[in-house]
Write a protein that binds this ligand. Sequence first.
Ligand code: ZN
Length: 502
Amino acid sequence: MKSYLKYPLWSVCATIWQTLCFLVPYFIGSPSEGLYGIMAIIAYVLACGIGIFGVIYFTGTSRYLCALYLPLSALLGAVLSFYLVGYHTTLTPMLIDATLHTNIEEAAGVISWQLILWVIINISIAIYFVWLRWTKISLHKEWVHALVSIVLCSLYFSCNQRLHNSLVQRFPYNIPHVLHEYISLKQTMQEERSISPYQVMETPDSLTIVLILGEAARADHLQLNGYERATTPRLKKRKNIVSFPHIYSEQTHTLASLPYILTRADSLHPQRQYTEASFMSIFRKEGYQTSWISNQDLGSTFSPFLNECDTLIFANAGKSEYVFTQWLDEEMLPILHKLMPTDESNALFVLHTIGSHWYYNNHVPETMQIFQPVTTNKVVTGNSIEQIVNSYDNTILYMDYFVDSVITSLEQKKAILIYQADHSEALGEDGEYLHANDTEMAKHPACVVWYSDRFAKAYPQKIEKLIANKDKRYRTDYVFYSILYAAGIEGEGNTPDMNIFM
Ligand SMILES: [Zn+2]
């Protein structure tokens, strides 16, 4: 073989090894029906594979760097791919946090002989490639190869934002990316914020308040709001349910919308989301047991608020939208039941759901996917509108089940529950899909309020107003003022326009 071909060929072979062992596991279980679906998956794997090639080609220019990088990447790649295939767990900031808070016994419990074998096999392959590089390949003008790979990688990373996002969530780029994300999230969580001077006007006892943060649920797809399909049969049968069909969210994605729900930030005072604490700090100051149970990724815009609660639990720390596996909201229920006070103390719970997030089918158990046929392709446009709407409506049906289950655990308490989706979703109207693209379809989130009999008896005026207000228009900013007012806490900015109980 010509000597100048040896190094590129060596890099390609090492790339194929790492792609098959460490990258392909990310795509196992990806829905990919038909030629279009298969082509899409192959294109994704190839795109990410080129990313792997870039690092190997660069580090291989130095024999020493190669001897360091290949075994280290083999170790990390083998561990990550093992948990990805065996436990559908991927590297996320929450997983790093959970791992750092794990004791040695718990850590030992997840190490198996299969994992050790898989690591040994891959490190052996890495050592073989290092041996080839040291003994069979001699490079002249290494800096030319290094320069070529740097230029290729920079072009590659800057060409397309979507591809960039996809790459940094997968091996090997996810390791530095997630570590960096974890460190910066930890920093934002430590930020000091001012607590608005809110006052307790009435002091309730044994009050339980639950805010369920919905994900991408559309008000017009709720049977409660007149949708022709039976998407909310359980809530429809319940008493003490008030649905608000005219809630408006200017923000069309989770990161942008949550600060407006949790703090006093609104379109006139957007800066408050960066300087003020959320309503959780006020509840905590008033002696409530405050808990945030999350079934979503951490986000930089709302992570500071998570630090305000007494208890923060991630129901699925190792799940990511980049891995196709079942990821259900009901996994939060046992945590909620465990934290629910049994005495007369006041408690506030925020449940952050994965709800109607794409890929819809992953967030609904198979037995509840009753609207058929459902989507079969992970690329949204690879499905028909009928499939997309069916899968989406199944997520609403599952939301109905989830919210109903939470209500069941509150029935005997003096309790109020607000379900508010962060934004809504486009389902193919005007060729638009999903959310975050600032379409009108993504600005009308679902909102449902439930109150227990004991709550209605204690605060009849609030319930009277709640029912009278149900057809009024509110922005999602109403949550901050309303949730505090429901507990008898009032302060600046609390007006009937902002409060569903006034
Ligand atoms: Zn969202």
